[in-house]
Design a binder for this molecule. Structure first.
Ligand code: TXA
Ligand code: MG
Length: 320
């Protein structure tokens, strides 16, 4: 059974002690809801993979209340410390060489010599990290291959009965996962575009290499069809046809049977925050209406638009 816990002092204390006891608790971060487990407890980590139906080789992000806590487990160079000073707490994940003496379970990083670390900004996530008193490994709280959850209801729809609790906060504010930057080599590489636009990282770091789909799958979450609604997506559409729902952006007026606009005022921040919610809703409602697909308006590619287009391209990729 999955218990819904209130996002108050009592609920957070309970969630913290459950995590320490090796149980699985989903909680809000500013990006998406995460499925948390004690990162030092390999059994608990294994239950995350089982609950998600996630392939074992896919490593998890470890969450910390403070940068110092994170840097106790990885070797942070000057670049990592500069980024942390500016962007933590916040939607940036750094992949760094793991310290040999770190008690984090090898399974959390799927046996890799590196570790992905992040200090989330969400008040509940930080309170929970302090209550648990241990690093929390947390992938997005969805079944593997499904959409990332931005509300407690999304988490319940995918994982009820498979995890111990969901700490119920409101919808997440950023709405897309964190940006993942690999700093294990001299050549910083963006493994996943996300909540911090690459332009902002480059202002601090200089040029960053983009990891494209043709390279080896370093971040397995980058598998092409990772974000999969049930209905096929048609991108860069100018209007829906009779059999399609419409996912719009900006002011262009179109007619259709089911229409959701990510941001009528053309804000990429608003569109990012609502993207997964809109895909969840449109996928369910379009199928109920007998629609066959989802037409998606063109969305600008600068700033958060890079991450939004990345998620849409994955959602539209052939399944398999
Ligand atoms: O915003 C987020 O990052 C959310 C919240 C809950 O923090 N978490 C999240 O986790 O999106 P997940 O597991 O859905 O995606 C983590 C990604 C995966 O693509 C994984 O392959 C990559 O991070 N990753 C984790 N550890 C890695 C490592 N050591 N090296 C390379 N990639 C890694
Ligand atoms: Mg995920």
């Amino acid at each position: 059974m999955t218990v819904l816990l209130r996002d108050d002092a009592e609920g957070i204390a309970r969630a913290g002690s459950w995590l320490r006891a090796g149980r699985l608790v989903a909680f809000a971060t500013e990006t998406v809801y995460g499925l948390g487990a004690d990162a030092t407890n390999a059994d608990a980590i294994a239950r995350i993979y089982a609950a998600k139906g996630r392939p074992r080789f896919n490593p998890l992000i470890c969450h910390f209340a403070e940068a110092d806590g994170a840097f106790a487990h990885v070797r942070a160079d000057a670049r990592a410390r500069a980024l942390a000073a500016v962007f933590w707490p916040g939607p940036l994940t750094l992949v760094l060489p793991r310290r040999e003496d770190s008690p984090i379970a090898a399974l959390a990083a799927a046996g890799l010599p590196s570790l992905a670390v992040r200090v989330p900004a969400h008040g509940t996530a930080r309170a929970l990290l302090n209550a648990a008193g241990t690093p929390i490994a947390a992938p997005s709280a969805n079944r593997s291959g499904h959409l990332s959850p931005t509300t407690a209801a999304h988490v319940m729809a995918g994982l009820a009965g498979r995890i111990d609790a969901v700490l119920e906060s409101g919808p997440t504010s950023v709405g897309l996962e964190s940006s993942i930057l690999d700093l294990t080599t001299g050549d910083p590489t963006l493994l996943r575009p996300g909540g911090i636009p690459i332009e902002m990282l480059e202002e601090l770091m200089g040029p960053i290499r983009r990891c494209d789909d043709t390279t080896a799958v370093i971040a397995p979450g980058m598998l092409r069809s990772h974000y999969a609604p049930r209905l096929p997506l048609r991108l860069e559409a100018l209007a829906p046809d009779d059999s399609e729902a419409w996912l719009g952006f900006g002011t262009a007026t179109v007619r259709g049977r089911l229409m959701i606009n990510l941001s009528p005022r053309g804000s990429l921040i608003e569109a990012a925050a609502g993207l997964f919610e809109a895909l969840h809703r449109i996928d369910t409602e379009a199928a109920d209406l007998g629609l066959q697909g989802i037409a998606v308006a063109p969305i600008p590619r600068q700033g958060l638009g890079a991450a939004i287009n990345d998620r849409l391209a994955r959602a539209a990729a052939p399944r398999g």
